[in-house]
Ligand binder design. Structure first.
Ligand SMILES: [Zn+2]
Length: 172
């Protein structure tokens, strides 16, 4: 797929999901923009199937493994030169099927990033906790490679009842 059309889909998706995120309107239950990039959204089905099986061995184990897997994948993208700056992240994360990244606030000490149509939790019912360890690991790998040590907290999540995931990134 041409990078131009990926960029267009990401732009359209951010516009669409920003409106949903900031309103009480119903949200679609399908990853409608990711599905334009990844056929039949098999990425999420396979990922969640593996994660859910891992959870039978322990939630902590599943969280740890998916976190490290997200970290490794994003770290590889940086090492291979696919991600050279924060500007590359929305296209690469969209192409990988991780979700639609919206860099809402970019500051040296404290940044805030949203992911719409997220791989781990999109469309899930609230469970009272955050669910997106793969994405946490992936974001941490990117920020640490580009800027140095950070602490990242997932503040919003479908697991908390939001319709998007929000990550606060604090420089250490
Ligand atoms: Zn989430």
């Amino acid at each position: 797929m041409e990078l131009d059309s990926v960029e267009q889909i990401v732009d359209d998706a951010v516009r669409f999901w920003r409106k949903i995120a900031d309103s009480e309107n119903d949200a679609p239950r399908r990853r409608i923009f990711v599905e334009k990039l990844v056929k039949r959204d098999s990425v999420a089905m396979i990922f969640r199937s593996v994660r859910d099986r891992l959870r039978t061995l322990g939630t902590g184990l599943a969280n740890y493994v998916t976190y490290e897997a997200g970290y490794d994948l994003a770290h590889r993208m940086v090492s291979k030169g696919a991600i050279r700056s924060l500007d590359d992240v929305p296209q690469i994360f969209a192409l990988l099927g991780i979700g639609i990244v919206d860099i809402v606030r970019e500051r040296l000490d404290r940044s805030y990033v949203r992911i719409y149509e997220c791989l781990s939790c999109f469309g899930s019912n609230p469970v009272g906790k955050n669910m997106c360890f793969f994405e946490l690991g992936a974001l941490r790998a990117v920020y640490e490679a580009l800027y140095g040590k950070v602490r990242i907290v997932e503040k919003e999540c479908w697991g908390y009842g939001n319709r998007f995931c929000g990550f606060e990134i604090v420089a250490l």
